[in-house]
Design a protein around this ligand. Structure first.
Ligand SMILES: Cc1cc2nc3c(=O)[nH]c(=O)nc-3n(C[C@H](O)[C@H](O)[C@H](O)COP(=O)(O)OP(=O)(O)OC[C@H]3O[C@@H](n4cnc5c(N)ncnc54)[C@H](O)[C@@H]3O)c2cc1C
Length: 278
């Protein structure tokens, strides 16, 4: 039976987060924490594959204790088990240290139940790098299938998966050996409203939480800030665009205003360049 691990992260809602004007960093307390939207699609895809082929969906997160809420959200979507690695030693991790810690957790999960497929979101909305998925795949020596927007087939007997990968001008069809890791695009599926049964299950659900000491063969120097060679050398806020004007009223009024502005510009253009400006 297929065992899928979906990696998920709790993130601040960047649609409403405020920036600290002095440090130019996110004021995480100014926005509610949500399940990274891309990861909701990763979990939904795992649940759909479970329905198609049978099996189990486990979700995994590295984060502080409140991240339990994100795991509960995944149980609402239809995941069966939730694992969280949480320890001060993980704090300050960059993508290298994050992928290392998650790999160690996946190795432990595999001992409980062998893992056939790992699904990640394309990226997070706070870190935005898209590096964690391929990082895990590299460490576990699995093929990384990025930008997946359709899982065409999983063949457990013959041990392969066929997916569509999004390209700039279309898509390509890839066949990969399994186990493998997929990073999925948002358009891979739509996440429906959760059923009442799953919501009730999620409310009662308590994930399995591991600290560093619970993981095996961990090199502590590769965790958290110590294991993070990334240096943020400069942080700045983009300058707000100046000029322009807001059009008021309903669509018809706005269209009229826009037309007037364009006609004015056309006359100006004609006056400078000669001709009728058309
Ligand atoms: C020097 C430095 C210090 C940092 N300190 C902190 C800190 O203290 N706290 C903090 O929150 N961030 C910190 N960060 C940000 C941190 O690097 C990223 O949040 C983290 O490595 C994940 O990268 P990302 O968000 O770009 O994920 P991406 O690579 O964009 O994520 C892709 C996918 O990987 C999976 N994934 C990513 N992160 C996790 C996770 N934690 N658990 C499970 N699955 C995951 C998800 O499926 C996600 O969709 C720090 C960064 C740097 C450079």
């Amino acid at each position: 039976m297929l065992h899928i691990v979906a990696c998920i992260k709790q993130v601040p809602d960047t649609k409403i987060i405020k920036m600290n004007p002095k440090t130019n960093t996110m004021d995480r307390a100014s926005a509610p924490a949500i399940l990274n939207p891309y990861d909701a699609h990763a979990v939904e895809e795992a649940v759909r594959l479970k329905k198609r082929y049978g099996g189990t969906v486990s979700v995994l997160t590295m984060g502080p204790p409140p991240a339990v809420k994100a795991i509960k959200k995944c149980i609402e979507i239809g995941a069966d088990e939730g694992y969280m690695i949480s320890d001060r030693a993980f704090a300050g991790a960059d993508t290298l240290a994050t992928s290392y810690a998650l790999t160690k957790a996946i190795e432990k999960i595999s001992k409980i139940k062998p893992v056939d497929l790992i699904i990640c979101g394309k990226m997070t909305i706070d870190g935005d790098t898209g590096q964690v998925g391929p990082g895990i795949a590299r460490r576990l020596d699995m093929p990384p299938l990025t930008s997946v927007n359709m899982v065409k087939e999983i063949n457990m007997e013959e041990g392969y998966a066929v997916v569509h990968r999004k390209l700039e001008d279309g898509y390509e069809v890839i066949q990969s050996t399994m186990p493998c890791l997929m990073s999925v695009e948002k358009e891979i599926n739509e996440v429906p409203y959760s059923s009442m049964t799953n919501m009730l299950k999620a409310a009662r659900y308590q994930p399995i939480i591991w600290a560093v000491a619970d993981l095996e063969d961990v090199e502590r120097t590769q965790l958290g800030l110590k294991g993070s060679p990334t240096i943020v050398s400069k942080v700045w806020a983009p300058t707000k665009p100046s000029g322009g004007e807001m059009l008021e009223g309903d669509a018809a009024k706005q269209t009229e205003q826009l037309l007037n502005i364009l006609l004015e510009k056309k006359e100006l253009f004609a006056a400078v360049k000669g001709g009728d400006g058309s």
